[in-house]
Each structure stands twice: as structure tokens, then as C-alpha cells.
Design a protein around this ligand. Structure first.
Ligand code: GRG
Length: 287
């Protein structure tokens, strides 16, 4: 099956799993939770399914963990879009949650999605040691030493006296975006009782390539295709990989990272062909 077909099939399975898991939640917060997890590429969930498949993890188990990472990702987007953060009106081609409902509902729906992710992991049908490790590592990836720290550094950079250096941007993005792309690769190995090292090396390169591509899309992307505003970084005078390296060198850097990510998969041979295609996809995507 080609990457687009596999991704489309996985998107459907993840959507169905999320629909089942979120079904008990009623009222505006429940509706906003379902709305927030609708659409998107499901890249993080797909990474979990594909890495877990390397070790023949049962699909239902992997899908529940994939739903958890997509819920954490959706929470981060809902909160990132709030007026106190990026103040965005559009996400995935639809009004943002605080625009569709209100700010209080958006805060609560985000909080509830984050909490639900841990509830779903806590009731996985793996042994207790693996469940605890999944919960611990997701908390570390999303929390004050992970994504939240990256977001805080990003906000602080807006009012800093000097623009960020390339090293500082690399560190910041590794936290803000990289940690949530790394966790599903770690989780696939954990669920498969396998050494996570090769998949963590793959994820590190993939995460950085993803962020460089995101910066390129902000400059060159089509708002209608992306379903969100573009050219926001330049308008905010933000230092990005593209503002510091320029488009051609940023593209070159992303290409080198794709190659390095693909090399990290060599121990898995042809079983990792889809993950190898994902590395290429993150820099060729148009949204
Ligand atoms: C609010 C704690 C907190 C964190 C927010 C992830 C994040 C931190 C902010 C999102 C802002 C942003 C656009 C970051 C760039 C990278 C990124 C995460 C893009 C969105 O991810 P995609 O492209 O989205 O995978 P879809 O919609 O496909 O799921």
C-alpha cells in the first residue's frame, strides 16, 4: 500500500477510536473535544501505529495509544490558538475552538483532552510496567520540561532583546514540536518491548525536518490549502530556520535530515519502508 493510502486508512481508524473514547462526554466541552480532534494529518498517531507495527503490537492497543497522542496534540493546538497565545481564528480550515464556542470552553476542552490521554493510557491492556513507562514519558514530553517549556521559550523570545540563534531555535523547536513527534516512536518500541534507540534517532531528525518544513510553509504555503493563516512568523518579526538560513539553505538542511532519519531506520530493513516514506513526506507536504 502506498503512503497516502496507508495514512488515509490510519486516519480513519484513529478517528473511529477517538469517536468511541470521547463518546461518553456530553455538553459543550464534550462537543468541543470532538471538534478539536477532527481533521489534521494524524502524523503523530500514524508514527505510533507504524513503529508499533514493526514489533507486531496488536492494532487495538496501538490505536488507543495513537488516540492518546492525538488528544495531547489537539489540546496543544486549542490552547496555542487562544487569544493569550497566538490568537488564531482558523485551524484545520475551521474556526478555532474559542471562536466556535468561547475561551472558557476552549481552555476546558484542552484540559480535558490532555487528561483523557492519560486516562486512556492508564487503561491499556499492556502490563503495568509498560503502562507506567508510557504515562511517565508522555508526561515528560508534554510538560514543563518538554512541549510546555518550548512554548514558554517561544513566548519569551517575542519580547527578548536579541533574536534567537540557530542553536537556540533548534533547542526550542526540539521541545515545542520535537518531543510530541518523538513520543509516538518511543511508545511503539515500548509497546513492542524493543530497544527504542534507533527510533529515537529517527524521530530527532524527523522532528527537526518537520519544523523546518513548517517554517518554509509559513513563507511559501497556501493559506487555503493549509487551513490556517500563513506568513505569521515574518509579520511577527520572529527568528525561524528560514529567516536565519534563507529558503535554499533551510531546504538543504531539511533534505539532509530526511536522509539521516532514513539511515536510522536501516536496522529494520524493508519493514520500515513506510516510516522512511514518512520522513520524505514531512518535507514535501503542502499543509
Ligand atoms: C499550548 C502548551 C502549549 C503548546 C503549544 C504545538 C504547539 C505548542 C503549538 C502549535 C503551533 C505550531 C503551529 C507549531 C508548529 C508545529 C506544529 C505543531 C504544527 C501543527 O502540527 P501538524 O502540522 O497539525 O501535525 P495537524 O493539524 O496536521 O494535526
Amino acid at each position: 500500500m502506498s503512503l497516502p493510502d496507508r495514512l488515509r486508512a490510519a486516519q480513519g481508524e484513529i478517528a473511529a477510536t477517538l469517536a468511541t473514547l470521547l463518546a461518553p462526554h456530553d455538553g459543550p466541552v464534550g462537543d468541543a473535544m470532538r471538534y478539536a480532534v477532527t481533521g489534521g494529518k494524524r502524523l503523530r498517531g500514524f508514527l505510533l501505529l507504524e513503529t508499533a507495527a514493526l514489533f507486531d503490537v496488536p492494532r487495538a492497543t496501538a490505536l488507543r495509544a495513537a488516540a492518546a497522542i492525538e488528544a495531547v496534540h489537539a489540546y496543544s493546538l486549542v490552547h496555542d490558538d487562544l487569544p493569550c497565545m497566538d490568537d488564531d481564528d482558523l485551524r484545520r480550515g475551521q474556526p478555532t475552538v474559542h471562536r466556535r464556542w468561547d475561551e472558557a470552553t476552549a481552555v476546558l476542552a484542552g484540559d480535558a483532552l490532555l487528561t483523557a490521554a492519560f486516562e486512556w493510557l492508564a487503561s491499556l491492556d499492556t502490563g503495568p510496567a509498560i503502562r507506567c513507562e508510557l504515562i511517565l514519558t508522555l508526561a515528560q514530553a508534554a510538560g514543563a520540561s518538554g512541549m510546555v517549556r518550548g512554548q514558554a521559550l517561544d513566548i519569551a523570545a517575542e519580547t527578548a532583546a536579541a533574536p534567537l540563534t540557530l542553536d537556540a531555535i533548534t533547542d526550542l523547536q526540539g521541545l515545542k514540536t520535537g518531543r510530541l513527534l518523538e513520543w509516538p516512536c518511543r511508545a511503539g518500541a515500548l509497546l513492542g518491548r524493543a530497544d527504542p534507540a534507533p527510533l529515537l534517532a529517527y524521530a530527532a531528525d524527523l522532528g527537526l525536518a518537520f519544523q523546518i518544513a513548517d517554517d518554509l510553509l509559513d513563507v511559501e504555503g497556501d493559506a487555503a490549502v493549509m487551513g490556517k493563516a500563513v506568513q505569521k512568523d515574518a509579520a511577527a518579526g520572529k527568528a525561524t530556520f528560514v529567516s536565519l538560513l534563507g529558503v535554499p539553505r533551510a531546504r538543504q538542511r531539511a533534505e539532509a535530515l530526511v536522509k539521516s532519519a532514513q539511515d536510522a531506520l536501516l536496522p529494520f530493513g524493508s519493514r520500515a519502508a513506510t516510516l522512511s516514506d514518512v520522513a520524505r513526506f514531512v518535507v514535501t507536504r503542502d499543509k
